[in-house]
Write a protein of this length. Structure first.
Length: 202
């Protein structure tokens, strides 16, 4: 579905919900911080190996345990808002929205873990970078039940940084019929098509 600029701006207020659902007040959900960190102190090892499981966000911890203050020291304001406070960038505004390299790797803008390969990316027209799959284990899903709706939030498995949401069954002609709707702000890109282990702190 192609959206005119004006409609797309309006659509932003219901962004990330999915292309075919009725407008609601989901915009506020994207601004609401989620309790990503657990107090248990037990690293969630499974997050490193399973990319398709849905977990509650209430008891997750990640290998990279930096505090908000530590993140503020290495992220710019917008990166901190999106990655650490579940923010959403304006549609069509992101560096990687219309970025279609033939090879390369998109890494986490927070911890540099490799997340998506160039050949996972597809044109969705939704205004954010869209991927039909991730590097195995790189992305962790959890249920986002804010405002009484069920969405699937995706975060970096290494640092818990907010990437966006994943939507299923929209009818895109991709191998998975899934759309990882990711904020460009949450990503960096490396033209070197080798997700090297040294970049992952896992
Ligand atoms: Zn990360």
């Amino acid at each position: 579905m192609r959206l005119s600029p004006i409609f797309r701006t309006l659509f932003y207020s219901v962004s990330n919900l999915g292309r075919f659902r009725a407008p609601t007040s989901t915009h506020f959900a994207t601004l609401r911080p989620l309790p990503l960190r657990s107090m248990s102190g037990i690293p969630f090892i499974g997050a490193l190996f399973g990319s398709s499981s849905s977990k509650s966000s209430s008891n997750m911890t990640y290998p990279d345990q930096r505090t908000d203050d530590e993140w503020r020291a290495v992220l710019n304001k917008e990166q901190f808002r999106v990655l650490r406070k579940q923010g959403t960038e304006a549609p069509g505004s992101g560096t990687f929205d219309k970025h279609y390299p033939s090879e390369g790797v998109y890494t986490c803008a927070g911890c540099a873990a490799p997340l998506y390969k160039a050949n996972h990316k597809f044109k969705s027209g939704c205004g954010w970078p869209a991927y039909f799959d991730s590097i195995p284990g790189a992305v962790t899903r959890h249920e986002d039940r804010t405002l009484g709706m069920l969405r699937t939030e995706i975060v970096c498995s290494n640092c818990g940084g907010h990437l966006g949401h994943v939507f299923k069954g929209e009818g895109f002609d991709t191998p998975t019929d899934e759309r990882h709707c990711v904020n460009s702000v949450s990503l960096n890109f490396s033209a070197d098509d080798k997700p090297v282990a040294k970049e992952s702190k896992a």
